[in-house]
Design a protein. Structure first.
Length: 302
């Protein structure tokens, strides 16, 4: 019963956070200098009267609380409106961009977790200064090198100087950059947890029975560290969204990041609000699922 209450409390807290993020985004969009009518006026040479009529037709001259309430009412039914600049349903545009972001995030996450597990388990099964140095190097890379700077450097080296990879539209370099950053965030604390798990009684018993170091690491040490793996994965998934959006903008991938940035430049409020809402709800869902799994796997979590 206590676990259920804790999970419900975590879900409620996440929903409140998502609601506050959406509300803050809405009002920040409205208080920014200039709006979509100003942008369209500069592009199309609209007169002041035409701009005033357009603001009235879009409801931008109404009080902000009424605009927010109207938007929320439609959003709860799945209607995010139409893009003001492109006159297309926002839901359709998000549906076209979401698979690109999801693919980049999924591949980067799998690469990062796999690399971190490989290094940490290898250092546990066969301790050596070279593996420890590799773990420290990957961890330092994730701390000291922002993904945006790594992406720019990769473009300069592999696309411009060597000419091996395309500058625009390629997934390989973004996946490698974000995946390496994710691995660096996981591998150091995971390695320390595995070293502590080696000292557990059942692990020492398995080693005393003559099990190979690799079998002991996979069959006994890693399961003991799974709560930590899950917790670290949850933290990485939260930061993965920002890394993926940055790479999309840098490599011109047609995902949520590029769509949102173009909407911000054009003050296209419906797209901005829908994209932020989708990202906020996704983060809430990720954190809630990780929290539930953590509580099921590790009964010590109250």
């Amino acid at each position: 019963m206590t676990r259920i209450v804790a999970v419900l409390a975590s879900l409620l807290r996440g929903l409140l956070q998502a609601a506050l993020i959406v509300m803050l985004t809405f009002f920040l969009c409205r208080v920014m200098p200039g709006d979509v009518v100003d942008v369209l006026g500069l592009e199309g040479g609209l007169t002041a009267e035409q701009q005033a009529a357009m603001r009235h037709s879009l409801g931008l001259d109404r009080p902000l609380p009424l605009q927010f309430a109207d938007w929320v009412g439609h959003a709860l039914t799945g209607d995010f409106g139409r893009s003001i600049r492109f006159d297309r349903p926002v839901g359709e545009m998000l549906g076209a961009a979401l698979p690109v972001t999801a693919k980049l995030a999924a591949l980067s996450f799998c690469l990062g977790v796999a690399l971190a597990l490989l290094l940490a388990i290898a250092a546990t099964a066969r301790p050596s200064r070279w593996l420890d140095a590799a773990i420290d190097l990957v961890n330092t890379w994730s701390i000291a090198v922002p993904t945006f700077c790594a992406g720019v450097a990769a473009i300069l080296v592999f696309s411009i100087w060597l000419g091996w990879l395309p500058v625009i539209g390629g997934l390989l370099v973004p996946v490698l950059v974000v995946g390496l950053d994710n691995a660096g965030q996981i591998v150091k604390p995971l390695g320390e947890e595995l070293r502590e798990a080696v000292l557990l009684p059942h692990v020492r018993t398995a080693r005393a029975k003559g099990l190979s170091p690799w079998r002991t690491a996979f069959a006994h040490v890693l399961p003991a560290a799974m709560p930590v793996v899950l917790a670290l994965s949850g933290l990485v998934l939260g930061g993965l969204v920002a890394g993926s959006l940055t790479m999309e903008v840098l490599f011109a991938l047609p995902g949520l990041g590029s769509l949102t940035l173009n909407a911000i430049h054009g003050r296209d409020y419906p797209i901005i609000l829908a994209a932020v809402t989708l990202i906020a709800v996704a983060l809430v869902a990720i954190n809630t699922i990780v929290d539930m799994l953590h509580r099921l796997i590790d009964p010590r979590v109250s």
